[in-house]
Design a binder for this molecule. Structure first.
Ligand code: FES
Length: 105
């Protein structure tokens, strides 16, 4: 079941296993990662400078920025390495009938 504060992002099947994609929504651009631990959604831009994290690397639930190499933990949004120092915005994910939804506050 979904609610008004939930926005459909994509189909789970749009994102191959252990890969990530950037998806443009009406008011924001997000990164969707399909990991062995589940599907995670976060803002697509690195918190350090202008780099799209979907152009980086995904290892498990950690995404590495393509520009300066900071890594972020997608389960929490926590930044793991310099030079980025600000955590990544992540979104609660719901899967319903094969669709990925995020909840906005
Ligand atoms: S832009 Fe991502 S670490 Fe610098």
């Amino acid at each position: 079941m979904t609610t008004d504060s939930q926005i459909k992002v994509c189909r789970v099947s749009d994102i191959p296993a252990n890969e990530m994609r950037c998806v443009s929504l009406a008011d924001r651009n997000v990164l969707v990662a399909n990991t062995a631990e589940g599907v995670f959604v976060a803002d697509e831009m690195c918190t350090h400078e202008d780099a799209r994290l979907c152009d980086g690397n995904l290892a498990g639930t950690k995404v590495k920025c393509p520009l300066h190499g900071s890594r972020f933990e997608l389960t929490t949004g926590k930044v793991l390495d310099d030079p980025a120092s600000v955590d990544l915005q992540t979104y609660p994910v719901t899967i319903s009938a094969g669709d990925v939804y995020i909840t906005l506050d």
